[in-house]
Design a protein around this ligand. Structure first.
Ligand code: ZN
Length: 502
């Protein structure tokens, strides 16, 4: 390794150390910290954020990237060195576009906005959040101008979470599967009483839920020697290296879904991070490549595997044994249907596989129009409800169940929602490719064997970290680009069967 590359790697490692210290503090805040710690923690995080931003935008770093790039000139596109320089240069350029005062001001605005939003949501009082949301969108428009875009200001936002993705491309992908979703949802609406999820709302002892969930995710391949699970109000996954991955969950005694499927979901994110190549750890390449690809992993394990007939043919006898007297009257087929109940309802995070992307499309359309000013913030509750009714045929009775439900806007995450839907689409494309390479995969899953799938994911996706962009990775893995058709076909097959349609 050349001298400049060595120096660069050391500096990047130090930036990564600062970021990971912030991640430890963030995890602690959600999992361990007493409420009294809030004020000091906000200050500590802001100090580290400033230090991190200064390090990531120093002239010295820019010079080193330039010098190291010359040193490794000629290294192949797929080499770790060339990828490191590509991504380091990209991150540096992105960071340099945002003035430090803007970053600090936006951080302060959004940190104050969270409690204003939480209160407004609790009181069903959009007016109380409106001025803050107005400022957040105003600053987001400025941010988009700093970051730059060609066609649509929303392009600059999307690019932060799904590099290279554009508004036009998302619109094309969404429009290509929206009618099929609406049609299927309407067809199921006619026969919705054929399936019920009542069985999931019985009395499920929380310790037993924990024990069962942990045994499932360990079996799937989450490595507890390099990770752990704790409890938090909002489940998430974070990590401080590939060898220290934290996931969280929450439990409800009268509803088994959030813990059971939430644990599998977060473990899916966690296994992605645990699978990044050791050589990339602590470098800018040492994480999952995009939010969409990340979500493809969590959704694949949660839904494609975890809500499949095969998986439950293996897991259901164990679940019955774990909760004696609770599931004795329910056979595996009706349990399978109950976990695949389709419901038109107002809350995105409770949405099933069929309605989920429609919730995202609504938010995407509104965010685009808010960015251009085509919709005014003050009209937002009305517009939200009107469009929701067009999409779902039901109208939110309150703003708490409508425009105020999601935390994202209050923390300044605009342009983030589409990655959830893109992740759903990618999950099926990747899974189909894995099955084509290993035709026995579905049978293995039905016998409780998951290592073939995990190894395939590690080899083809996880190990590369951020070496390839989402589009590059999808091209390498599937030979094509992101495409909604396989996901629609999967939904049609699954729900035609679950609801006895056609
Ligand atoms: Zn997720």
């Amino acid at each position: 390794v050349g001298e400049k590359l060595q120096q660069l790697t050391t500096q990047l490692q130090q930036i990564s150390d600062v970021n990971n210290a912030m991640a430890v503090m963030g995890w602690d805040q959600e999992v361990m910290m007493p409420e009294g710690g809030t004020k000091a923690r906000a200050r500590q995080l802001s100090t580290l954020a400033r230090i991190g931003h200064e390090m990531a935008t120093s002239e010295d770093l820019g010079d080193l990237i330039h010098a190291a790039a010359q040193e490794i000139d000629g290294a192949g596109y797929d080499s770790d060195e060339a990828a490191l320089l590509r991504v380091a240069q990209y991150d540096y350029d992105q960071n340099m576009k945002l003035p430090v005062d803007f970053v600090a001001k936006f951080a302060q605005l959004t940190s104050e906005a969270q409690s204003i939003w939480a209160k407004a949501r609790h009181n069903n009082d959009f007016k109380a959040f409106e001025p803050t949301l107005e400022k957040i969108f105003e600053m987001t428009r400025q941010g988009a101008d700093f970051l730059g875009y060609t066609d649509h200001p929303y392009d600059a936002l999307l690019n932060q979470y799904e590099r290279g993705m554009t508004t036009a491309e998302v619109a094309r992908i969404f429009n290509a599967h929206k009618p099929a979703l609406i049609e299927m949802i309407a067809a199921i609406g006619e026969v919705e009483n054929r399936v019920s999820d009542d069985v999931l709302h019985r009395d499920y002892d929380i310790d037993k839920q924990r024990e069962f969930g942990l045994s499932v995710i360990e079996k799937l391949g989450f490595d507890f020697t390099r990770g752990r699970q704790d409890i938090s109000t909002h489940p998430f996954c974070t990590n401080f290296s590939r060898d220290d991955v934290r996931i969280t969950t929450r439990f409800y005694k009268d509803f088994i879904n959030p813990a059971l499927f939430g644990m599998i979901h977060e473990a899916g994110h966690g296994m992605y991070e645990q699978g990044v190549a050791e050589a990339l750890d602590g470098t800018p390449l040492g994480h999952g490549t995009s939010l969409g690809v990340h979500e493809s992993q969590s959704r694949m394990w949660e839904n494609v595997v975890g809500r499949s007939k095969g998986f439950w043919s293996w897991a259901y006898p164990q679940l019955q044994a774990q909760f004696p007297g609770v599931l004795e009257d329910t056979d595996v087929d009706s349990f399978y249907k109950s976990i695949n109940t389709v419901k038109r309802q107002f809350i995105r995070v409770e949405a099933d596989e069929l309605t989920y992307n429609l919730h995202i499309m609504l938010r995407f359309e509104l965010e685009c129009d808010l960015m251009t000013g085509a919709i005014k913030i003050s009209d937002l509750p009305q517009v939200w409800n009107d469009r929701f009714e067009q999409f779902f045929g039901i109208r939110p009775p309150t703003d708490t169940l409508g425009v105020l439900q999601d935390v994202h806007w209050s923390i300044g995450l605009i342009g983030y929602f589409p990655t959830y839907a893109l992740g759903n689409l990618l999950s099926m494309q990747y899974y189909n490719t894995a099955v084509a390479a290993n035709p026995s995969l579905p049978a293995e899953i039905a016998s409780g064997k998951f290592d073939t799938l995990l190894t395939w994911l590690q080899t083809n996706i996880h190990q590369h970290g951020r070496k390839y962009t989402s589009a590059e990775l999808t091209q390498r893995v599937t030979g094509g680009q992101i495409d909604p058709a396989p996901y629609v076909a999967y939904l049609q097959n699954k729900f035609t069967d679950v609801y006895g349609l056609g």
